[in-house]
Design a protein around this ligand. Sequence first.
Ligand SMILES: *Cc1c(COP(=O)(O)O)cnc(C)c1O
Length: 175
Amino acid sequence: EALAESLVALHGFDHVRLCASGTVAVELALRGLKIGSGDEVILAAYDFRGNMQDVLCVGATPVLVDIRPENWNLDVELVDQAITDSTRAVLVSHLHGGQVDMSALRDMSDRRGVAIIEDACQLPGARVAGRVAGTWGDVAVLSFGGSKLLSAGRGGAMLTNDEGIVQRARLYSHR
Ligand SMILES: *Cc1c(COP(=O)(O)O)cnc(C)c1O
């Protein structure tokens, strides 16, 4: 409960769901957004392997876009042309201390009606363009795994302001 309260306070989200890992948190985010068969999820062609597996796990199609050579993170300029009528979300990670241009990605996603799952597993508590990593997204994902900066050995969290997303994640977890 103390951890949940701290995470909500740090990020300013209304809801948090603690879970077994960052990988589970990404799955809960996808299920919370009702993403499944026939849907496309855009992510970087170089990303944490579990993220691609999570998209496949819910029955959706991963659509890979290239990374920027200078920091190995998602090239936001390439996301626009990868969006189709089936695109439901962009799953975006900040990797190896790099940062994705979240302001540009947020603008684009709002314009095209696509959700953002912001994976802050490698950047917990850091600021991205003035906002805490994760809070640019409709859903934020954290990991407390053994190799992470903020580690509890294992664990993860999903945060959102959306009542529907957290309710679906809760029901799915309980089952
Ligand atoms: C580690 C990591 C995950 C998954 O976290 P686990 O707790 O290991 O399942 C997801 N995304 C990124 C970017 C990670 O580094």
